[in-house]
Design a protein around this ligand. Structure first.
Ligand code: GZL
Length: 341
């Protein structure tokens, strides 16, 4: 019988009344121990707050959790779809505290807005594990983070471009670059953009001639790329970089509609992130030059952290990075058969 004693009624009262919008001058809540409330089973109750369904990467990520945290393996996974709304995600954390889950896994849409909710989870005695993107709160407010090194992913993308240009004796060429970015305030966006810009700035004759946010979605990317193609002569574009494959697919639809030539068999160099199976298909078909892998299989890393905590072990570090590779049109056919998402 799993018992969890938490500050239950007070959390309900504060979040219910203030809707998680406590004013700084308001008195800090006292910790009022309530009657113990418990789940009537032996499962480990895991609350998962997901971003939404914005990309193929996200689907693979969600499936990975659902295949890992199963009843057969001793877990009761309470999956909450954030529906691409940061506010809904914060409310989901309040609900999971009320349900007194054993752990909360949060996959944040954006880094900000988590302070109160994470603090109350901590005071309620519910460990929070952050995965994928990060949250901008003191790291002592959550147990650990696991995910990708997004900055490194950005650097890898430009390293690949530099190598490709060198191989084709184009290393001294001036380049005009179009950049499609993910959600503003998301670690995947700030990290990738940071790595990309850091490396692009090393080339005096490389220029970002247009950039736009398309929130990691294919539809928004097609719209913003159509706008860019209305404003910029496609013959002036040398490279299109999209911060995930789905946005690149949208950009490709916009370029096809304007008969713009792109990809290894065309003119414009195309680079994206995630390395979805569909990106491999585009690389094999000569439309995509490279995709920088972002591994969506985070559940095993999260489960390892939970098992350590369940054994009462102290976590030796706060950040658990996962392995990732770079794939391109030259090696895509070698790996595509192994890509299951
Ligand atoms: C990266 C993840 C990003 C993916 C996008 O870890 O946060 O969000 O790159 C997804 O496809 O939408």
């Amino acid at each position: 019988m799993r018992k969890k004693i938490i500050m239950f009624w007070l959390v309900v009262l504060i979040f219910g009344l203030a809707g998680c919008s406590m004013q700084p001058e308001e008195k800090e809540p006292e910790i009022v121990r309530s009657e113990s409330l418990e789940f009537d089973d032996d499962f480990l109750h895991i609350g998962l707050i997901q971003t939404g369904k914005e990309s193929g990467w996200r689907d693979a990520n969600s499936n990975d959790y659902q295949e890992t945290f199963t009843k057969e393996r001793g877990y009761d996974l309470i999956y909450i779809d954030g529906n691409s709304s940061p506010e809904r995600q914060v409310k989901a954390m309040q609900d999971l505290i009320r349900q007194q889950v054993d752990y909360i896994i949060v996959q944040p849409i954006v880094e900000y807005g988590w302070d109160e909710a994470v603090e109350f989870a901590q005071e309620a005695g519910i460990p929070v594990i952050v995965a994928d993107r990060q949250i901008a709160v003191d790291s002592d407010k959550y147990m650990a983070w696991t995910g990708s090194d997004f900055y490194e992913e950005g650097c890898k993308a430009i390293q690949w471009l530099e190598d490709y240009l060198e191989e084709n004796d184009r290393q001294d060429e001036a380049l005009n670059i179009v950049l499609l970015e993910g959600n503003e305030g998301a670690t995947a966006t700030t990290g990738r953009t940071g790595g990309l810009m850091k490396r692009i700035e090393k080339h005096g004759n490389w220029k970002i001639i247009a950039s736009a946010c398309a929130n990691f979605t294919q539809g928004e990317a097609q719209t913003v790329m159509e706008q860019i193609l209305n404003e910029v002569d496609p013959d002036q574009i040398d490279v299109v970089i999209a911060e995930n494959d789905n946005m690149m697919f949208g950009a490709m639809k916009a370029m096809e509609r304007k008969n713009v030539s792109f990809g290894p068999e065309g003119d414009i160099i195309t680079i994206s992130f995630d390395a979805l199976r569909e990106a491999f298909e585009k690389m094999v078909d000569g439309k995509l030059h490279a995709s920088i892998e972002c591994n969506p299989h985070l559940a095993a890393s999260v489960e390892k952290i939970i098992k350590k905590l369940e054994r009462g072990e102290k976590l030796k570090k706060k950040c658990y990075y996962i392995e990732e590779k770079v794939y391109d049109f030259k090696n895509a056919s070698q790996y595509i058969k192994d890509r299951n998402y």
